[in-house]
Design a protein around this ligand. Structure first.
Ligand code: FO1
Length: 318
């Protein structure tokens, strides 16, 4: 069994190819839910949905989130209520784009959760409906909310920071509300897997919430030799999203060396892009083995090759 620790877009693109490199009954992933949010009374799990939609080839390829061939008619009609809603009300907010097709997923998840199903159970149902052939687990069944404190001291939810403010405001800290009451899922999978691959996801807000769960880091540290991470930073920048500037604002070097410092306690090996080949020795000085290869996952084939490279560097057969 190969276990992939996943955030959103980068992880989803990795898994799209990994499913061709690894037998389906030997692949599973644990996905961040710290980005989860409630909008218009609906339970939304962006990273779970991004993984599901990407692996099933249903994603909108340009946006990297939501479904292809989408319309936003419902969102557009919320404009009718702008003039009448009370100042403090959250009713009718339209900054978070929920497409009409995408809404079906949120309707389903919300109703099943209200019926008492766990997030893991609902996720299994949704991924089955999208014909996903391998297991996708949320990191926990409990609510964990990534909260971001901006430089002015105000604290907002991750989605307000990411979508409403387009991650354009400097931050001073991140915390994971609810983390101490949450139980990690998939720890046994991580213990018994032949290898664990940490996908190229934001180390602060995608992998960070999982690492903050009780026993998560300790489980990885105990089997560190067969844990391999893929750097989400290439040539000092994130391929998508705010990982690079979030890292520097929080005092981490936004480079493969900064990634190595974060992951060295839990992973033996860092896979970096060929653009950063000259930094291999610097990564090794942080206590990680380092291999450079093509990590820009423009096609599923590149992701499949990257999967095979990750496994071969730690001596695990596919
Ligand atoms: N990202 C955006 O940049 N703008 C949006 O309006 C937006 C809506 C949205 C709706 C459902 C969903 O599952 C994801 C959505 N995302 C949107 C993406 C998402 O919020 C982020 O990519 C992740 O949270 C970061 O991993």
């Amino acid at each position: 069994m190969i276990c992939v620790v996943s955030g959103g877009v980068g992880a989803a693109r990795f898994l799209r190819g990994a499913q061709h490199a690894i037998a389906h009954n030997k692949l599973m992933t644990i996905v961040n839910t710290g980005d989860d949010t409630l909008m218009h009374g609906l339970s939304i799990s962006p990273d779970l949905d991004t993984v599901t939609y990407t692996v099933s080839e249903s994603i909108d390829p340009e946006r990297g989130w939501g479904l292809a061939n989408e319309t936003f008619v419902t969102m557009e009609n919320l404009a009718r209520f702008t003039a009448v809603r009370p100042t403090q009300s959250l009713a009718g907010e339209s900054w978070f784009g929920l497409g009409n097709r995408d809404l079906a997923t949120h309707f389903y998840r919300t109703t099943r959760l209200a019926e008492g199903a766990t997030l893991a159970e609902v996720t299994a149902e949704i991924t089955q409906a999208f014909d996903i052939p391998f297991r996708i687990l949320p990191m926990t069944n409990e609510h964990v909310s990534t909260m971001v404190t901006l430089v002015d001291g105000s604290e907002i939810s991750f989605q307000e920071y990411f979508v409403k403010l387009r991650h354009s405001v400097a931050i001073q800290s991140v915390r994971f509300a609810g983390i101490t009451d949450a139980t990690a899922l998939g720890l046994d999978d991580m213990r018994t897997a032949d290898a664990v691959i940490i996908a190229p996801s934001n180390p602060i807000v995608s992998i960070g919430p999982m690492r903050a769960l009780k026993d998560f880091d300790a489980t990885l540290a105990a089997r560190r030799d067969t844990v391999v991470a893929i750097s989400p930073i290439v040539a000092g920048a994130a391929l998508k999203g705010p990982a690079d500037h979030m890292m520097s604002e929080l005092g981490h070097e936004p480079s493969v060396v900064g990634i190595a410092r974060l992951y060295a306690p839990i992973a033996s090996t860092l896979v970096i892009d060929t653009a950063d080949e000259h930094l291999i020795s610097a990564v090794e000085r942080e206590g990680m083995r380092c291999v450079a290869t093509d990590t820009i996952m423009k096609t599923a084939e590149i992701s499949a090759t990257l999967t095979r490279t990750c496994l071969s560097v730690i001596g695990v057969a596919t």
